[in-house]
Design a protein around this ligand. Structure first.
Ligand SMILES: C[S@@+](CC[C@H](N)C(=O)[O-])C[C@H]1O[C@@H](n2cnc3c(N)ncnc32)[C@H](O)[C@@H]1O
Length: 371
C-alpha cells in the first residue's frame, strides 16, 4: 500500500513534538478544567436542554475533566453512529450515547492514555444510570489517522469534536479523514477555536498557547478553503463567541489577533455552490425532531418553523434534500430557474399563500415566486 497523506505515513518529527506537548498538557499538567489558564478550552455557550439533561447523567470525574469549548451535539441523532475526535475524558461521548439510544453507537478516539483511562472507567456505572447498555467505546489513536483506529470509510453518520482540531499539526489530514469516514449525507458538527488572521510562528509554537487551544487556531478563511478543497459544504456557523486572552505575556505573543470559539456544521452532501444562490426554492420542516418540535435551527441565521414553507438558497435546499436531515424536510422547486443571489434575511420570512396570485417583487417569496 502506498503511503498517502493521512493514511499509513509515520508522524513527522515536528508532528511528534506537537503530540508530545499536547499529551503532556492533557495527560499530566491539567488535572481538572480549573487548571486552565485561558477561557479557550471551556465552553461558555449555554447548551440546549436535551444536552443539559444528558450532562446530568454523566459521571462527575468525566465532567470535571471536560476541556471542550462548545456543545457539538446535534438534535435528532437517535439510532445513528457517532465518532468523537479527541474525545478526552469522554463527556461528549457519554452525552451522545444517551442521545443515540440503545440502537445507536458512539466511538471516541484520543491519543492520551490518561484521558482514555478516565473515559473508559465509568462506562459500566453510566450503563446502570441509563438502565440500558450503551454501545460506547474509546479507542486509542490519532485524529489525523482515524482509519488506523479501525474507523472504516463511509461508516459514520455524525462526527463530532470539541476543541481538538486546533491541536492537530495536520488539520487538512483530520478533515480529509473525517470526510472519508462519513457516509454520504453525513455531517461533521464540531466546536473549535479560530483566529481572525494567520498567527506568527512564535504564537504557533508557544507551549501554553498551543496547550490552551489558541496557538494552533486556524485562520477562519484558511479553514473555509480547506473545507472547500476537500468537498465539504460551506462551513455553517451554529454559534460564535469571542475567547478572551488576558495574560499580558500571551497578549503580546498573539499580536492583536482575535480568537473565537465557533461551532460549525460541515455536511458531506450533494451539489454545493460557492455562494448562496436563489432558485425560488421553498423548504418546510416537518417538526419531526423530538427536541426541536416548533422549529429547526440549521445554523445561527437559518431557522425553519414547523409546518411553514420558507424560501431557501440552492445550497440549503440541497443539504435538506441530500443529507441525513432529509426525512425531516420537504423541498419544493429545483434549479431550473435562477433569480440571482439569495438575499440573507429572506430565509427566515414565511410565505403565506393568498387568493391573489400576484408575482412577488421581493421579500418573503425570495423573488420570482408567487405568494
Ligand atoms: C482540549 S482537550 C478536549 C477533550 C474533549 N474533546 C473535551 O471536550 O473534553 C483535547 C483532547 O484532544 C486530544 N488530542 C489532541 N490532539 C490529538 C491528536 N492529534 N490525536 C488524537 N487526540 C488528540 C488530547 O489528548 C485531549 O484529550
Amino acid at each position: 500500500m502506498s503511503c498517502t497523506k493521512g493514511s499509513c505515513c509515520p508522524p513527522k518529527k515536528a508532528d511528534e513534538t506537537t503530540y508530545d506537548m499536547v499529551r503532556e498538557y492533557y495527560g499530566k499538567v491539567l488535572t481538572t478544567s480549573g487548571d486552565l489558564k485561558t477561557s479557550a478550552c471551556t465552553a461558555c455557550t449555554i447548551p440546549p436542554k436535551y444536552v443539559t439533561d444528558a450532562i446530568a447523567l454523566v459521571p462527575s470525574e468525566v465532567n470535571e475533566k471536560f476541556y471542550g469549548c462548545g456543545a457539538p451535539l446535534p438534535a435528532g441523532i437517535d439510532g445513528l453512529t457517532v465518532l468523537d475526535l479527541g474525545s478526552g475524558s469522554g463527556r461528549d461521548c457519554y452525552i451522545a450515547a444517551k442521545l443515540v439510544g440503545p440502537k445507536g453507537r458512539v466511538i471516541g478516539v484520543d491519543m492520551t492514555d490518561e484521558q482514555l483511562d478516565v473515559a473508559r472507567a465509568h462506562v459500566n456505572a453510566f450503563a446502570e444510570r441509563l438502565g440500558w447498555e450503551p454501545q460506547l467505546e474509546f479507542r486509542k489513536g490519532y485524529i489525523e489517522r482515524i482509519q488506523e483506529a479501525g474507523i472504516e470509510d463511509g461508516s459514520i453518520d455524525i462526527a463530532i469534536s470539541n476543541c481538538v482540531v486546533n491541536l492537530s499539526p495536520d488539520k487538512h489530514a483530520v478533515l480529509q479523514g473525517v470526510y472519508h469516514a462519513l457516509r454520504s449525507g453525513g455531517e461533521f458538527y464540531f466546536s473549535d477555536v479560530y483566529a481572525d488572521r494567520r498567527l506568527s510562528k512564535e504564537a504557533r509554537s508557544h507551549a501554553v498557547l498551543v496547550g490552551e487551544c489558541i496557538g494552533g487556531a486556524l485562520y477562519t478563511e484558511d479553514f473555509r478553503r480547506i473545507c472547500e478543497e476537500i468537498g465539504f459544504t460551506k462551513p455553517r456557523i451554529v454559534s460564535q463567541t469571542v475567547v478572551d486572552v488576558e495574560d499580558p505575556e500571551l497578549v503580546q505573543v498573539v499580536e492583536g489577533a482575535t480568537f473565537y470559539s465557533i461551532t460549525y456544521r460541515l455536511f458531506k452532501a450533494g451539489d454545493q455552490e460557492d455562494r448562496e444562490e436563489n432558485y425560488g426554492q421553498m423548504a418546510t420542516y416537518r417538526g419531526t425532531f423530538a427536541d426541536e418540535k416548533d422549529a429547526y435551527q440549521l445554523d445561527k441565521d437559518i431557522k425553519l418553523p414547523t409546518g411553514q414553507s420558507v424560501p431557501v438558497s440552492g445550497n440549503v435546499a440541497d443539504i435538506l434534500q441530500t443529507s441525513w436531515l432529509h426525512p425531516h424536510f420537504s423541498v419544493e422547486g429545483n434549479r431550473d430557474r435562477h433569480f440571482g443571489l439569495f438575499q440573507p434575511g429572506t430565509s427566515t420570512a414565511t410565505c403565506k399563500p393568498t387568493a391573489d396570485r400576484t408575482p412577488a417583487k421581493s421579500g418573503c417569496c425570495g423573488g420570482g415566486r408567487t405568494c
